[in-house]
Every structure is written in structure tokens, then in C-alpha cells.
Design a protein around this ligand. Structure first.
Ligand code: NAP
Length: 281
């Protein structure tokens, strides 16, 4: 028989996780603060309390709003002998602290790199960290949700990777959203601009990331800058001036301009974009 699982939280993501477990044939117990959510989960066993749900299965997946929600929900519940897999978004410190708050249980923290519609599909992956033996025991069970990637025994590591990837995503969307506001201000059709120019341009620029990362890992092998920072800082004013002239708030662009100025002022004008990473910390 497939491992019985419990899912705490039937928001958009918890529902998708429970659906994937049910589709793979796992006896699946679910609990949600507000009863009656997600009637589409046919075959799920509905627990009336979180404690009852935790008692029902050796593997307990938690997907609630934020860290405090998880703590309030698990408070006072006997988790002895359970594997708690917390897929709620949080910080590395929150993950480590939660691990300490569930004595008697094995703790895994996870970062879901997907939206609900991707769960159970080929492009989703979930980062895990924490109890190695528990991960190895349940890797196949967790694989029905998304491709599992174990990143280390420190429970905080999955959150660190997750937050790093989300930070990159928001930066990318921020730049693209500014670009769209700019073309929209000139009544240029957004879809055509996006498909024909924005996506190909961003995709081509992403190709420079591995070299940037290599410059960070091996500074001694850094080559000459093809696009030096002094040149980029000089041109950056045009980005800000054009935004203002078009009536577009430059708030998403301003921090990068300040960082470029700082790099030039501190003697890095002849280096390339990798130098900015070192200035951040
Ligand atoms: N959706 C995504 O694209 C996505 C992607 C990756 C990661 N995540 C992460 O997955 C987690 C869940 O996201 P979601 O999209 O499922 O959010 P959601 O649809 O807003 O659902 C939130 C869930 O948290 C529960 N909840 C909120 N406050 C509570 C409280 N005080 N006590 C008990 N339960 C409480 C809600 O229960 P009620 O029904 O009773 O309100 C619901 O089950 C979040 O940490 C999110 O960052 C989401």
C-alpha cells in the first residue's frame, strides 16, 4: 500500500498537493481551518481537527499561509514519530526554529518552485532540506508532487535556495513590468512587444548568467569587461529620464542605478556586472 499522507491546509497550493497524492493512490487525509474547502478532492479523508489529521498518517505535509500559521496550527499537537514536511514559504531561520519546535518528529523544510497548476507536472520542482533519513525514506512519496531536490541537512537551506530563486524572479518581473509600463505609455501593443522583443531579449541576456556566476566563484580567472560599469552607469541615466518623461514611476529601476554609481565611485568602473554582486555582500 502507498504511504498514507496528511495535508494540512487546503488553499490553492495545499489542494493541488492533496490532489497529486490522491491521483497517485496515497490514502490522503486533509484538514483546513475553514471546513468544506476543495470539494473536488474526491476520496480524501476529511479530519475535523489538525491533531486528528496529524495522527492519521506517518507523513504530514504542511502548506499554510506563513510561519506563524504553521506554529499556531501545530501547537500542542503530539507529532511524535511523524515526518513533518513544511512546504509553507518562510525564511531559513524560521525553518530551523520550527525544526526545534517539533521534538520527536523528523523535520523536512521545503520550497515549492511551481504554481498550483504545475504540481504533478514535469516542470515543477520542490527543494528539501533537513532530516536526511526521513527524506530518503519518503523521496518516492514526495516525488508525486514535483521533482524533489534535496539540498542539505541544515533545515534552513531549502528556504535559502527558495528565497534566492524568488528574489531572481521578482527582479526579472520588475524589469519586465517597467518595460511594459514604458511601451504602454507610448500606446505600443504590449503583447506584440512582449512576444517579438521582450522575451527574446531577456532570454538572450539570461545566457550571460553562468559567466557572471563563474566570475564570482573564481575571481582570479576574471576576463576583461565587455560592457564596463562606467559605460553602463553613464547610460543608466537615460533609463530614468525616459521613464520620468513618459510619466512612468522609475521606482523599480532606481536601486540598480544607485548600485552602478556606487560601483564606479568605489573604483570598479572598468569591471562588469559581476562586480555589483560583490558590492551587495
Ligand atoms: N500559490 C502559489 O503559487 C505558491 C507557490 C509556491 C509556494 N506557495 C506557498 O504555499 C503556501 C500556501 O499558499 P496558497 O497559495 O495555498 O495560499 P492560499 O490559497 O491563500 O491558502 C492559505 C491557506 O492557509 C490557511 N490559513 C491562513 N491563515 C490561517 C490561520 N491563521 N490558521 C490556520 N490556517 C490558516 C488557509 O485556510 P482557510 O481556508 O481557513 O483560510 C488556507 O488553507 C504559502 O506559504 C505560499 O507562499 C504558494
Amino acid at each position: 500500500m502507498k504511504t498514507p499522507v496528511t495535508v494540512l491546509g487546503l488553499g490553492a497550493m495545499g489542494t493541488a498537493l492533496a490532489q497529486a497524492f490522491l491521483a497517485a493512490g496515497h490514502p490522503t487525509t486533509v484538514w483546513n481551518r475553514t471546513p468544506g474547502r476543495s470539494p473536488e478532492l474526491e476520496g480524501a479523508i476529511r479530519a475535523t481537527t489538525a491533531a486528528e489529521a496529524v495522527a492519521a498518517s506517518p507523513l504530514v505535509v504542511v502548506c499554510l499561509l506563513i510561519d506563524t500559521t504553521v506554529r499556531e496550527t501545530l501547537e500542542g499537537i503530539d507529532v511524535t514519530g511523524r515526518v513533518i514536511v513544511n512546504l509553507t514559504n518562510g525564511t531559513p531561520d524560521q525553518a530551523r526554529s520550527l525544526e526545534a519546535a517539533v521534538p520527536g518528529a523528523a523535520y523536512l523544510d521545503g520550497g515549492i518552485m511551481a504554481v498550483p497548476a504545475m504540481i504533478g507536472g514535469p516542470h515543477a520542482f520542490i527543494l528539501y532540506s533537513g532530516d536526511t533519513a526521513a527524506y530518503e525514506r519518503h523521496q518516492a512519496d514526495l516525488a508525486v508532487l514535483a521533482r524533489p531536490l534535496y539540498v542539505g541537512a541544515d533545515a534552513g537551506l531549502a528556504a535559502l535556495y527558495d528565497i534566492a530563486l524568488l528574489s531572481a524572479m521578482y527582479g526579472m518581473f520588475g524589469g519586465a513590468q517597467h518595460a511594459l509600463a514604458l511601451v504602454h505609455s507610448a500606446k505600443i501593443p504590449a503583447v506584440e512587444f512582449t512576444e517579438q522583443l521582450l522575451v527574446p531579449w531577456v532570454t538572450a541576456m539570461l545566457g550571460s548568467l553562468p559567466q557572471m556566476a563563474a566570475d564570482l566563484d573564481q575571481p582570479s580567472e576574471r576576463g576583461a569587461a565587455g560592457s564596463n560599469l562606467a559605460m553602463q552607469a553613464a547610460a543608466y541615466h537615460n533609463l530614468l529620464d525616459t521613464a520620468v518623461a513618459q510619466g512612468v514611476d522609475p521606482m523599480l529601476l532606481v536601486p540598480m542605478g544607485a548600485l552602478l554609481q556606487k560601483a564606479v565611485a568605489s573604483g570598479h568602473g572598468d569591471e562588469d556586472l559581476a562586480a555589483l554582486i560583490r558590492l551587495l555582500g
